[in-house]
Ligand binder design. Structure first.
Ligand SMILES: [Zn+2]
Ligand SMILES: [Zn+2]
Length: 122
């Protein structure tokens, strides 16, 4: 069992990234959403709310849609449902049970700009 002091870098700072990875790999944190779970079990695991995500009333996800009837989830990018990718309300038929339902697509953009130029490169 490692502690935070095992993740000190040479300059004395804590390597938070490595520490978080360690927490996820030991199961202290959920590998799906990073939520803290508790004592590590030595393997990767998901938190309660991720395990039971299919059972929640509301569902929003960046890749999957869920049938409200049979809880089947489908990957929007996996298959030929490209029309779902426009920002709108779309009618979907569940592949599993044939139930028809509407989903709403909302798109968010992230604009990544180049890194700062170093002093000498100005
Ligand atoms: Zn989780
Ligand atoms: Zn269904």
């Amino acid at each position: 069992m490692k502690t935070l002091s095992d993740f000190k870098k040479e300059n004395g700072d804590t390597d938070w990234k490595a520490y978080k990875e360690y927490e996820i790999n030991t199961g202290e944190r959920c590998f799906e959403c990073d939520a803290f779970i508790g004592r590590g079990q030595g393997f990767r695991r998901m938190c309660y709310s991720c395990i039971h995500k299919e059972d929640k009333d509301e569902w929003d996800d960046d890749t999957r849609i869920r049938c409200p009837k049979c809880k089947n989830t489908e990957d929007v990018f996996d298959g030929d449902s490209y029309d779902l990718l426009s920002e709108d309300t779309h009618s979907v038929t569940c592949n599993e049970c044939g139930y028809k339902f509407d989903i709403t697509t909302s798109i968010s953009y992230i604009f990544k700009s180049p890194e700062l130029l170093g002093e000498e490169k100005k």
